[in-house]
Design a protein around this ligand. Structure first.
Ligand code: FRU
Length: 622
């Protein structure tokens, strides 16, 4: 047991405050210098120092002190009153001693009693809501997907990652790889927070022609370094070991804003064939800026697009820029700019919009008026969606499945943040407009472990079926819905507690709706002022505008679909529902927190009878 001599009496306490106060615990000595700094001396360090976390604590500053000016303090919510979980803090391998300094944590905090040395860290799942088949980090916080790239049979998914707690902070690029877009292997973080700041979002390209000089096929990552001191600046790093480790370019940054913009981030790089050059698109407050380069290091400003376009007010983030055939015609391609917007979206908080148009290497010309907003997803939990680079003949986007309004307070502990299923993008025309469909990738069919073919039936008022007897909340429902002259036709997924999520076609209103007002837990975090999040730093919030931001229905216009028959493909995974209607003409992604899995479905119609054809239920698993 650690004995903190600061508690031993007045005289001693005075001595402590003068000479610093020491206590010991199995190879760890804590030297408390008041409440502002504790120096932790470790002899024969094991692999990790396990740090006890309490999410409501203020962030302490934890630094592995090697005497190098490049040592960086991480922000860690060390437990002050009670321990909620642990995170591992890596110590130098093979060293005889290590010193860790911890600032801003009171000397009476319970963390000192609980800090431990360990050679292993148990990552077995402890979260009830952890998805079965969606990508999540093993532990810690995740937001945007970053630098997704395909190379030598592997898909790389880097992501905004905090390894030191399940709330936003300490941005690193976490890393997972997959051979099929569905089964992910967790690897060590690839790029760590450094003296230039957090490693914010960005992209990765395969340098096929060795333009940057790190070898043919080196992976080159462009990301934003963000700090109060240096602002938001674009940096570069390269990898010559298939994306496992990155070396930061010694002359970083490679790009700073010419006008001192505060919000200047999330570089997306692509090869533009006609100019034989790299282009970078960067979100710059309320617009996107294009830059070009021949070596990925020296960037020249080209043009900007977006002021006043789409939903207002608009903070542009996480851009992408892709070219796709219209209605599958390779001779008729259009450019699409993907823009992630926060806050102020259709259903509150964050969402993804896109603009279709033309690009001549100089300017992007959007084919619709500024006030036209097209949504890539019509749910509330689809954000920071960008595409995987270096895919031949297809564009696949992956979103983060949350919303900045409540991302930090979802009822999850060990990890926080999941990706939506990868979506294949395509352009189609409807009523003289070009839209982008986002359909679940065909690779997701490997998840189908058991099939129940229900077939066709008519819904006169009601039609009920069970899902799967031993269902753990991970399944897919696929069907064609024919509303006929019914005014409303839909289904309710529900459990024995009466919690339910409703998905229905409202033919009168011309809407596909998903209603999660009674889906299970609908309020979490502490009560807060309404819309605190719209005005404060959204990433550090502890609460949401209680019920209102979560308990709602989201909807999409049925006019995006062709006709009288609607194909619905619905994926449920513990705490999420993703709906793909008519091959992704409508995609809708929403989180739900039922306190037990939904195990029954009630189909219903209002007005007249409706029909369901080809209903298949699939139990899903990895
Ligand atoms: C979007 C975003 C990005 C930024 C990152 C920081 O969710 O705000 O603009 O790079 O998250 O984690």
């Amino acid at each position: 047991m650690k004995k903190n001599i600061i508690n031993l009496g007045m005289g001693m306490a005075l001595a402590c405050s003068m000479i610093a106060c020491q206590s010991q615990k199995n190879g760890i000595t804590f030297e408390h210098q008041g409440d502002t700094l504790t120096v932790v001396h470790i002899t024969n360090p094991s692999k990790y120092l396990l740090l006890p976390i309490q999410e409501s604590s203020v962030e302490g500053k934890v630094k592995l002190d090697t005497g190098n000016p490049a040592d960086v303090a991480m922000d860690v919510r060390l437990a002050v009153d009670s321990v909620e979980y642990f995170v591992p803090f890596e110590l130098p391998a093979g060293a005889k001693e290590a010193t860790v300094t911890i600032g801003k944590v009171p000397s009476k905090a319970v963390c000192w009693e609980n800090i431990q040395l360990a050679d292993t860290f148990d990552t077995s799942n402890t979260d009830y809501y952890r998805p079965v088949y969606h990508h999540t980090p093993l532990y810690g916080w995740m937001n945007d997907p970053n630098g997704m790239v395909y190379k030598d049979g592997e898909y790389h998914l880097y992501f905004q990652y905090n390894p030191y707690g399940s709330k936003w902070g300490n941005m690193h690029w976490g890393h997972s790889v997959s051979k099929d877009l569905i089964h992910w292997e967790h690897l060590k973080p690839a790029i760590a927070r450094d003296t230039l700041g957090h490693i914010f979002s960005g992209s990765t390209v395969v340098d096929k022609n060795n333009t940057a000089g790190y070898g043919k096929d080196a992976l080159i990552a462009l990301y934003t370094s963000a700090s109060d001191e240096h602002g938001q600046i674009q940096c570069m790093a390269y990898s010559t070991d298939n994306g496992r480790t990155y070396t930061k370019y010694e002359k970083n940054p490679v790009l700073t804003p010419f006008d001192g913009l505060k919000d200047f981030r999330d570089p997306k790089v692509f090869w533009y064939e006609p100019a034989q050059k790299w282009y970078m698109i960067v979100s710059a407050d309320k617009e996107m800026r294009f830059y070009s380069s021949s070596n990925l290091k020296d960037w020249e400003y080209v043009s900007a697009f977006g002021k006043g376009y789409g939903i207002q007010p608009n903070q542009f983030e996480c851009p992408d820029f892709i070219q796709l055939p219209v209605n599958g015609d390779p001779d008729n391609k259009k450019w699409v700019m993907i823009v992630n917007i926060n806050p102020g979206c259709l259903f509150g908080g964050s969402a993804t919009e896109y603009f279709v148009g033309d690009f001549d290497g100089k300017e992007f010309k959007c084919e619709t008026k500024p006030e036209v907003t097209k949504w890539l997803d019509w749910g509330k939990d689809h954000y920071a969606a960008v595409c995987i680079s270096n895919l031949e003949g297809r564009e696949v986007a992956v979103p983060w499945m949350s919303n900045w309004q409540y991302a930090n307070v979802t009822p999850i502990r060990q990890y926080r943040g999941a990706n939506g299923l990868p979506r294949e993008l395509s352009l189609y025309t409807k009523d003289g407009q070009t839209y982008m469909a986002a359909n679940v990738v065909k690779e997701a069919q490997v998840l189908r472990k058991e099939t129940r073919n229900v077939g066709n039936f008519e819904i006169k008022n009601e039609y009920g079926i069970d899902i799967f007897p031993a269902n753990d909340g991970a399944y897919e429902l696929e069907m064609d819905v024919i509303p006929g002259s019914a005014q409303v036709v839909g289904l309710e997924l529900y459990n024995s507690k009466g919690e339910k999520s409703k998905i229905y076609l409202d033919m009168k209103a011309g809407k596909l709706v998903m209603d999660r007002t009674e889906s299970g837990l609908i309020a979490f975090g502490e009560k807060s002022e309404p819309h605190a999040l719209e005005t404060h730093d959204r990433r550090k919030t502890n609460s949401i505008n209680y019920k209102n931001d979560f308990a709602l229905g989201t909807w999409a216009p049925l006019s995006l679909c062709e006709g009288k028959k609607f194909h619905l493909d619905i994926f449920v995974d513990k705490c999420s529902v993703e709906i793909f209607a008519d091959g992704g003409r409508i995609a809708m992604t929403n989180l739900i927190f039922p306190t037990e899995p939904y195990n029954s479905i009630r189909f219903y119609s209002e007005g007249n009878a409706a029909k369901v054809e080809n209903l298949n239920l699939y139990k899903l698993g990895l």
